[in-house]
Design a protein around this ligand. Structure first.
Ligand SMILES: *Cc1c(COP(=O)(O)O)cnc(C)c1O
Length: 399
């Protein structure tokens, strides 16, 4: 892993904050201070022999930007350092990171066990697309470790976990699920999008691989799409081979934006989490609010686990308002500042009504069974003053 070239090897285990701004730096001959953006699709060779050596992999170096570019390499090395991973491969989006992981670790006939509260597109990928290619997925109520054990079949190869879940913020015990996975010879993948390595380090808890939608907090400012897979080298070598051939590659520009986003990730996550906790505590006291879902609250069913597994509750707060869809829409429509969008992981606070947007395509019965009610709202807390966020929500709650 490239650390700033002036740091000596004993500093390679530098603190998180130092790695966030300096890991992956490889300066060009111009000695630029900020990391360079290499907008080039291909690279030239000094000779025919060098071209052959680069193509075969005998000589390290860049060939073609579908599978290597110095800006992308810098982003990969920095994220690997923050996740404590041996290796990392960046992809065009979070969904292509999950696709690359699946295509490089599974084959027809294999079986996946996944948590029920997955991001909508991930659910569609496992449930509707991979099933066409002979890969079957069982969705389990993930907070119960026994459900994972009971779902294992002879051809189970992958456990896929998202914690905390969307939108109900259920917390899954990564260490417990990792033990079950490894006893059965199964790989455990964790989508670490909601927490980022600032709040949760799945590999230290026993996960084999981490996937990211870098589109969310890693960029953190709503500018670009990106994704990544990080973990042990032998797994990532296979992910790289898939990327090299199939090409869901990240733009160097997007990688550069995300690389710079990582520099402020810790202070953003901590500030947004602190605001989310304050907002969740305030929401619990509002008469129109029936229930608040936030792992940082003592009232959360897995609060103790969350505080053991995560450094803070994260920046997403969901809550049920009394009065169903009509009351929930009223809260949204009364806002003047908060962005009405299903996106999350931005410095700007966003609000969404899951039952009619992100979870609108699943049947009313399935939604009810999953606990996603008509009065449920999800707020992804940004960097604005908490008092302004509170005031914006209060308008629709009190009127
Ligand atoms: C957004 C998201 C994804 C997909 O990422 P894209 O970058 O939009 O492809 C995957 N998992 C979670 C938890 C997400 O929030």
């Amino acid at each position: 892993m490239t650390i700033d070239s002036r740091m000596n090897p004993t500093e390679a285990d530098a603190q998180f904050d130092t790695l966030a701004v300096r890991a992956g730096i490889a300066r060009s001959q111009f000695n630029e201070h900020s990391e360079a953006l290499y907008l080039t699709s291909s690279f030239v060779f000094g000779s025919a022999a060098q071209a052959a050596a680069r193509f075969s992999g005998q000589e390290p170096g860049n060939v073609y930007a579908r599978f290597s570019n110095p800006t992308v390499t810098a982003m990969q090395e920095r994220l690997a350092a923050l996740e404590g991973a041996e290796s990392c491969v960046a992809t065009a989006s979070g969904m292509s990171a999950i696709l690359a992981l699946v295509m490089s670790t599974l084959q027809a006939g294999d079986h996946v066990v996944a948590s029920m509260g997955l991001f909508g597109a991930t659910q569609q990928l496992f449930g509707n697309i991979l099933s066409k290619f002979g890969i079957e997925t069982s969705f389990v109520p993930a907070t119960d470790p026994e459900a994972w054990r009971n779902a294992v079949k002879p051809r189970t190869r992958l456990f896929f976990v998202e914690t905390p879940s969307n939108p109900l913020m259920e917390v899954i015990d990564i260490a417990a699920v990792a033990d079950i996975a490894h006893a059965a010879g199964v790989l455990l993948a964790v989508d670490n999008c909601f927490c980022t390595p600032v709040l949760q380090r799945p590999l230290e808890l026993g996960a084999d691989v981490v996937v990211h939608s870098a589109t969310k907090y890693l960029d953190g400012q709503g500018r670009v799409l990106g994704g990544a897979v990080a973990g042990r080298k032998e797994i990532l070598d296979e992910v790289f081979k898939f990327l090299r051939t199939a090409g869901p590659s990240i733009s160097p520009f997007n990688a550069w934006v995300i690389l710079k986003g990582l520099e402020t990730l810790r202070i953003r996550m901590e500030a947004q989490s602190a605001s989310a906790l304050e907002l969740a505590q305030w929401l619990e006291r509002q008469p129109g609010v029936e229930r608040v879902y936030y792992p940082g609250l003592a009232s959360h069913p897995q609060h103790e686990l969350a505080m053991r597994q995560q450094r803070a509750g994260g920046a997403i707060v969901s809550f049920d308002v009394a009065g169903g869809r009509e009351a929930a829409w009223k809260v949204i429509d009364a806002t003047r500042m908060i962005s009405i969008t299903a996106n999350l992981g931005d410095t700007k606070t966003t609000i969404t009504h899951p039952a009619s947007t992100t979870h609108g395509r699943i049947s009313a019965e399935a939604r009810a069974a999953a606990g996603i009610g008509e009065g449920l709202l999800r707020v992804a807390v940004g960097l604005e003053a908490v008092s302004d966020i509170r005031e914006d929500l209060a308008r629709g709650l009190l009127s």
